[in-house]
Design a protein around this ligand. Structure first.
Ligand code: HEM
Ligand code: NAG
Ligand code: NAG
Length: 354
């Protein structure tokens, strides 16, 4: 390369930067054959019934993620994908934007930037990034679209999780782009610090309290390594509101690990009302979580430049149909799920993938 002049190299570098890949002609991998022959009765839309042609390729990508990564279940990769969506978008800052500085966005940079991946707060996301990282190239789509579809699908893979509006059309992050550092929350920060950080992302207290319920299907590994893999609530396999009542309780449920920030949100006078609104309110939470997660998946992006592909999303599993008889028909604070009914619902609904 020594014979190439410096100005020419600069020009080359500019051209590489400008070469935004053209997406939308995914690599010809067909949607998987459904074991049920394509009937839509189990709530999973088929590509044959696509509405928007731009969404057509995404049915197969959906199936790839649901089958090969989540195995149709709320597994550890699904939990990690929800966290990944947050950690990709979380470095967004209105203050940085106003100052014209390098900003974060829901752009998939966490799927491509080794520098971001190696930050301590992203520890534990290695398995999910490894599982997703080849998909953009395999389907000729952007990392941000893959990462944020993986996030909204992961919520559905966890029984009880709501359908979240899902968009495609994000551009790839510029070469060597790294999201700004130090903007993801620390569980030992005081409530006002956390509220300010999320306000700078554009979230109200009420929206943040809805988002926090994602810890309903979360485990901790690095906050207390002597208790690695302990879940944050006692029903880690389902997307339910038990998290909200268990953070209120004077003591942690047996076998669970509560983050200081979560317990503080349940008790601080500024946040407790919005937090405790969701106790026993699965449907309210589902609706508000879905809206807040959608907003999170669009941070730093212009929604008008994206395409709504919610048409590909599977239906949500309604937890009220899998509770024990003693609870059905009532409005218990925390419905008790019947493991056999839950398993039957998962089998029926997920049978096209597993
Ligand atoms: C105050 C804000 C937040 C704090 C301080 C926080 C902190 C944490 C911490 C410390 C962990 C455990 C990491 C480990 O040791 O492995 C964790 C896990 C997790 N967080 Fe958060 N988080 C916050 C907000 C959120 C939001 C907004 C979401 C998504 C909407 C989210 C989703 C998750 C998920 C799904 C996990 C579990 C990951 C897994 O099991 O692999 N968190 N969070
Ligand atoms: C990642 O996968 C390895 C191998 O399956 C497993 O031992 C490890 O616990 C996983 N890490 C996380 C954070 O889930
Ligand atoms: C609760 O949060 C508010 C607002 O962020 C803050 O001013 C207050 O000091 C917090 N209270 C406690 C006890 O931490």
């Amino acid at each position: 390369m020594r014979f190439i002049s410096t100005p020419l190299l600069t020009l080359l570098a500019i051209l590489v930067d400008l070469a935004v890949p053209v997406y939308g002609s995914p690599g010809g991998i067909p949607a998987i054959k459904r074991k049920d022959g394509g009937s839509s009765s189990n709530g999973i839309p088929t590509v044959d019934n696509f509405k928007n042609p731009q969404c057509k390729p995404w049915y197969g990508i959906r199936d790839d993620i649901m089958r090969n990564i989540y195995r149709g279940r709320c597994n550890d990769l699904a939990r990690a994908a929800v966290r990944l969506a947050f950690h990709d978008a979380g470095p967004y800052s209105n203050a940085l934007k106003a100052a014209g500085k390098t900003n974060g966005a829901a752009d998939g940079s966490l799927l491509v930037s080794a520098a971001e991946q190696s930050r301590p707060e992203n520890n534990g996301l290695q398995n999910i990034t490894a599982a997703l990282k080849d998909l953009p190239q395999k389907y000729n789509v952007s990392p941000g679209d893959v990462l944020h579809l993986a996030g909204t699908l992961a919520v559905l893979a966890c029984p009880g999780g709501p359908v979240i509006n899902t968009y495609i059309g994000r551009k790839a992050p510029a070469a060597n782009y790294i999201a700004p550092d130090g903007l993801l929350p620390n569980p030992n920060s005081p409530v006002p610090v956390l509220l300010n950080r999320f306000a700078d992302m554009g979230f109200s207290t009420r929206e943040l309290m809805a988002l926090m319920g994602a810890h309903s299907t979360a485990k901790q590994r690095f906050v207390d390594t002597t208790r690695a893999n302990q879940p944050m609530d006692s029903t880690v396999e389902i997307w339910d509101v038990r998290y909200y009542s268990e953070m209120q309780s004077p003591t942690a449920a047996p076998g669970t690990y509560r983050l200081n920030s979560d317990v503080n949100f349940a008790h601080n006078t500024t946040t407790q009302q919005d937090f405790n609104r969701f106790v026993g309110k699965q449907n309210d939470w589902g609706r508000e979580y879905a809206a807040a997660h959608e907003k999170m998946s669009l941070l730093g992006l212009d929604k008008n430049t994206l395409t709504d592909c919610t048409e590909i999303m599977p239906q949500s599993i309604d937890l009220s149909t899998v509770t024990t008889t003693s609870n059905s028909g009532k409005q218990p604070t925390d419905p008790t799920v019947d493991p056999a009914k839950l398993e039957a619902a998962i089998q029926k609904y997920r049978s096209i993938w597993v």
